[in-house]
Design a protein around this ligand. Structure first.
Ligand code: SAM
Ligand code: SF4
Length: 333
């Protein structure tokens, strides 16, 4: 699958739920949440069918996300099926980390189970090492569980674990260096992400936006000039650097300030209620659940994917005074 701008689509992010056990301000509104009714959510069988179709069309990499994917019942049994789909070579999971250390069988953590069914990489969100600040950002006092989750994940032997930090001025700029040292101590990749307007409009403002360039300057002031690693990629739009004199890699996801952010986009998104989105930062979404439930054939669904890719925009609209419609939690980050 290739769009009009030469983007070859090989990566599908699959959201399996809009529900979450946390309440991050930048991802979901603070008011009482209305979750989507169960019948509107793709069943696992339906999701697997769509992944199979995407794989027929050249998708090789799947990332399972949400909401919090590990809150959905029988998630491990679902994930087990994904690497078995012909053509799928790489399966990752994005999680807030709170449930990774939970034992689901004697001596088996959720992290261990997810690794055992063939997941190669984990992305774990971690915005701060300060328990109070963590509770303020996420609405939940779960930081100790996240630390346990990270420990369980390291023990589970994933090929790659990345920590993802959303930058917020006034909230976590003092955490840039501590997070970097924490990532070094665990031998994990740390990535700093610019806040995007995907929650309520009020969340992203001039006052709380912290550009990745500032985080980079803070790091360089401490450790010296970062060494670019233009050849290192992890399937996404991050740019990576090495810390001088160390075997440590960090990444920056400058969705708002990097004008070349979309140049190498290779992604489509499938929401948990069966919408295909060609771009996170665009209103475009196409309802595939209805034709599927109305009896569309695999050929028709393949054509649906191709039509969506045909409408993939050249770049996101975040810099165009973008007003979010669907919240991040309901898209799948
Ligand atoms: N619940 C999981 C988690 O927190 O990692 C997976 C879903 S979450 C929507 C995926 C990623 O999106 C997280 O790393 C989160 O920090 C990021 N995210 C959510 N809202 C964001 C925003 N407004 N701007 C930038 N990143 C955001
Ligand atoms: Fe939940 Fe992840 Fe969104 Fe936070 S970022 S509210 S953990 S889905």
């Amino acid at each position: 699958m290739e769009d009009h701008f030469g983007h070859r689509i090989s990566y599908l992010r699959v959201s399996v739920t809009d529900r979450c056990n946390e309440r991050c301000a930048y991802c979901m509104p603070q008011e009482l949440q209305e979750w989507l009714p169960r019948p509107e959510i793709l069943s696992y069988e339906e999701t697997l069918r769509l992944i199979r179709i995407a794989a027929d069309l050249g998708v090789t990499k799947i990332r399972i996300t949400g909401g919090e994917p590990l809150t959905r019942r029988d998630i491990v049994d679902f994930i087990r099926q994904v690497p078995r789909i012909p053509g799928i070579r790489d399966v990752g999971v994005s999680t807030n980390g709170t449930l990774l250390a939970r034992e689901i069988a004697p001596n088996l953590t959720t992290a261990g189970a997810v690794r055992a069914v063939g997941v190669r990489s984990l992305n774990i969100s971690l915005d701060t090492l300060d328990r109070n600040v963590y509770a303020q950002i996420t609405g939940r006092d779960f930081l100790p569980a996240v630390f346990q989750g990270i420990e369980a994940s390291v023990a589970a032997g994933f090929e790659q674990i990345k920590l993802n930090t959303v930058l917020m001025r006034g909230r976590n700029e003092d955490q840039i260096i501590p997070l970097l040292e924490f990532a070094a101590s665990q031998n994990l990749i740390l990535r700093f992400i610019e806040m995007m307007p995907v929650s309520t409009t009020a969340v992203l403002s001039e006052q709380n936006f912290l550009p990745v360039a500032e985080a980079k300057h803070a790091i360089e002031a401490r450790y010296g000039n970062l060494i670019p690693e233009p050849t290192f990629h992890t399937n996404g739009p991050a740019t990576y650097y090495q810390i001088p004199g160390r075997e440590q890699r960090i990444g920056f996801i400058g969705a708002m300030t990097n004008l070349h952010f979309c140049d190498s986009c290779n992604k489509l998104r499938l929401t948990c209620d069966g919408k295909l989105r060609p771009c996170l930062g665009s209103y475009l979404e196409f309802d595939i659940i209805k034709p599927m439930r109305d009896g569309a054939t695999d050929d028709e669904l393949r054509q649906f994917f191709l039509d969506v890719v045909d409408r993939k925009p050249q770049q996101h609209d975040f810099r165009e005074n973008y007003q979010p419609n669907r919240k991040m939690i309901a898209i799948g980050g």
